[in-house]
Design a protein around this ligand. Structure first.
Ligand code: 5GP
Ligand code: ZN
Length: 139
């Protein structure tokens, strides 16, 4: 628990939320500023900032929940699809510094989405890139 963290306060019941789901590892609640109707957040209860810091058991609980909760949220608002969005770091759009996953119901023509200016994979650079990633994975 981080005392100045708004999501830890929600976990502790010090700030109210519209609770969608809870178990010993995770909590899910409606986003207060929804991008679309039904926009739901899923958080591990343990305070950590980015995805790589989530204790493995809590990440497993998130993994168990998302495939069930995503369709349930989308169907409950009659959405045709849904995004899972997860931002790590301010530069990636993270505002609340307690790791969280967004479930965002989507419909044709809803105007959501983001610019996706796709580049082209540099095939000369790719082998070095693979090496750099593999090295950091430690095996
Ligand atoms: P981020 O940009 O960090 O990925 O997203 C943070 C999300 O948390 C936003 O969508 C915002 O609306 C939501 N949020 C921030 N404060 C609260 C709160 O006090 N209660 C709830 N339910 N959602 C919040
Ligand atoms: Zn927290």
């Amino acid at each position: 628990m981080s005392t100045d963290c708004i999501f830890c306060k929600i976990v502790a019941g010090e700030i109210p939320c519209y609770k969608v789901y809870e178990d010993e590892h995770v909590l899910s609640f409606l986003d207060i500023g929804p991008l679309s109707k039904g926009h739901t957040l899923v958080i591990p209860k343990h305070h950590c900032v980015t995805l790589d810091e989530i204790p493995v058991e809590q990440m497993a609980a998130v993994g168990r929940l998302l495939p069930k909760l995503g369709p349930a949220v989308a169907q409950s608002v009659g959405a045709a699809g849904w995004n899972v969005l997860q931002n790590n770091g301010p530069v990636a759009g993270q505002v609340v510094m307690h790791v969280h996953f967004h479930i965002i119901p989507r419909n044709e023509g809803d105007g959501l989405g983001y610019r996706w200016p796709a580049g082209e994979l540099d095939k000369n650079e790719a082998p070095r890139l693979l090496e750099a990633i593999t090295e950091r994975m430690g095996h």
